[in-house]
Design a protein around this ligand. Structure first.
Ligand code: F0G
Length: 458
């Protein structure tokens, strides 16, 4: 029997959820144009759309919010956050932002010119979108194991160093304003990156004089995987591992809605004082003054506490254990997933479950829609709806390697019974997988179409 870790907390506030009828679900989906983002949240029973901003805050965080200092400039809340930032990340400078994509926009708008390329292991959707919106090219150079759903490589988020070296040689350093890496690799299954790989990536970028940035929204989960899996780190704390990770980089940005344990927030941190000055100018124009950056004082205080809680190893053992439990249960009932389980989510392999649906008919979308219709469980497609795009040179459609449905687990929110319900729903669906049909897009905007596209079943 798969092991479920006991929650290291108990619940003192509840939020009701309800399961609407099959007919109501069918209706809701039609109204939503079969896009799960267009559903009303109250029509969802178990909401695994994202782990972003959907976690439960602790009593310490709620208490910290009451101390929020709402001064426009120089608030105490800012200095409390700055102290935490220094203690964990150690960058010389940072600005708060309202979320991760605001930090991405700041960095990309200042550094990326049309035609430039930005390599990473894999960019997530908002990073890709921000780069493309400025005429840049996001490039994914993750190791080949990442696209093999059954490979048990312990660090499937690693960058392929040979691919990175030849990419830099071919593209020319003058066309690469910065390089980055995403930890954990969300677009590729929430898979971690090893410290050995981070060290080598940093050295490679720096040997060409390319600044190295980390997209670190799930860095605490990544640090825990390093502690558990990488030789030499079993006796290091997650904080010590975080220090080592960030010492390698010239900067980092974070959507704090993940391992910041808050419902809203983010930051952009850098070492270079000139770049920091330009970031401040841009921030003031678009987000807010440098000591609040689009957040309330109370948000800054909640984040100053949440960043510490995410590094707590008792919490992380529960968190990663809960995801592993869901993965083990799904394997028992024959639902294929991307292996091994990632840090924040299970990625059901729609490509393997629905081999009769071609990528042009969106197997991930078909599975995500069916999962809602079957049991009001909401996941998110991470496949061709999200990532297929025309090649900028040839115009031919480029499809992603995997067609996935991500079931992201909000932090400290759902219990074992909730996860068991998800397993049951998916098990029932898997039995009738050959009856599922693909979808056609009836509307899509030019960038990040998955948020607002509309569909029709085929
Ligand atoms: N980078 C990564 C790796 C992310 O996963 C996200 C968000 C962002 C950047 C952007 O941050 O949402 O605060 O603007 N991912 C969410 C998700 C939305 O569902 O995985 P944001």
């Amino acid at each position: 029997m798969p092991h479920y870790p006991v929650e290291p907390f108990r619940i003192k506030m509840t939020e009701p959820i309800r399961l609407i009828s099959t007919d109501e679900r069918r209706n809701a989906m039609q109204q939503a144009g079969y896009n799960l983002f267009a559903l009303r949240a109250e029509d969802v029973f178990i909401d695994l759309l994202t782990d972003s901003g959907t976690g439960a805050m602790s009593q310490e965080q709620w208490a910290a919010m009451m101390r929020g200092d709402e001064s426009y400039a120089g608030a105490r809340s800012y200095f409390r956050l700055a102290e935490t930032m220094q203690a964990i990340f150690g960058f010389e400078h940072f600005v708060p932002t309202h979320q991760g994509r605001a930090a991405e926009n700041l960095l990309v708008s200042l550094l990326v010119k049309p035609g430039m390329s930005i390599p990473s292991n894999m960019h997530f959707d908002t990073t890709e979108g921000n780069i493309r919106a400025r005429g840049g090219r996001p490039v994914n150079l993750v190791i080949d194991e990442a696209s093999n759903p059954i490979s048990h490589h312990p660090f499937k988020g690693n960058m392929d160093l040979n691919k990175l070296r030849s990419f830099i040689e071919q593209t020319g350093v003058e066309n690469i304003p910065f390089g980055c890496i995403t930890i954990t690799n969300n677009a590729g299954g929430g898979q971690p990156v090893s410290l050995a790989n981070l060290r080598a990536v940093s050295a490679l970028y720096h040997s060409y004089g390319i600044p190295f940035f980390i997209d670190c929204c799930r860095y605490a989960e990544n640090a825990y995987f390093i502690q558990q899996r990488e030789a030499g780190y079993a006796h290091k704390t997650t904080l010590e591992i975080a220090h080592e990770i960030f010492s390698l980089a010239d900067g980092a940005w974070m959507s704090a809605k993940k391992d910041g344990m808050v419902n809203m927030g983010g930051f952009l941190a850098v070492r270079n004082p000139d770049l920091f000055q330009r970031i401040c100018n841009e921030l003031i124009l678009r987000e807010g003054f440098v000591t609040y950056g689009g957040l309330s004082g109370r948000d800054l205080d909640a984040l100053a506490v949440g960043l510490w809680e995410a590094l707590d190893e008792t919490y992380l053992a529960y968190r990663i254990g809960q995801i592993a439990y869901l993965s083990d249960c799904l394997h028992q009932v024959g639902v294929p997933t991307l292996e091994p389980a990632g840090g924040h989510a299970i990625y059901v392999d729609a490509g393997r479950l629905l081999p009769h649906i071609p990528q042009s008919q969106f197997p991930g979308q078909a599975l995500a829609a069916a999962l809602y219709l079957q049991g009001a469980v909401r996941g998110v497609e991470i496949g061709s709806v999200m990532f297929a795009h025309p090649d900028p040179d040839s115009g031919a459609m480029v499809y992603p390697a995997l067609e996935l449905v991500r079931l992201a687990i909000p932090r400290r929110v759902y219990t074992q019974a909730h996860l068991d319900y998800v397993v049951e729903t998916l098990a029932n669906l898997a039995k009738q997988a050959d009856r599922l049909r693909g979808y056609r897009i009836t509307y899509a905007p030019p960038l990040m179409r998955h948020f607002t596209a509309r569909f029709e079943p085929l």
